[in-house]
Design a protein. Structure first.
Length: 74
């Protein structure tokens, strides 16, 4: 489901895996929304996410999370 955001950007909820997560995705963990600022590829398909807060999260290749993804106007 998408919603209108000021500035012409659309926000949509997407399921992300280690293969599909992107910089800028917003993931809610422990009741706090965190924006992915950088990604590091790990062996066997995993990824380590660096959030703007400085925290790290390691995603296994089969981990699935829900993220909010901002998309520009098309």
């Amino acid at each position: 489901m998408s919603s209108w955001e000021p500035g012409g950007a659309l926000a949509s909820n997407v399921e992300v895996t280690a293969a599909t997560v992107q910089r800028g995705d917003i993931i809610q963990l422990g009741g706090q929304a965190r924006r992915v600022s950088d990604l590091f590829q790990l062996p066997q398909g995993g990824k380590q996410l660096l959030f703007e807060s400085g925290e790290l999260l390691t995603m296994h290749s089969r981990t699935r999370l829900v993220a909010v993804r901002m998309q520009g106007r098309r």
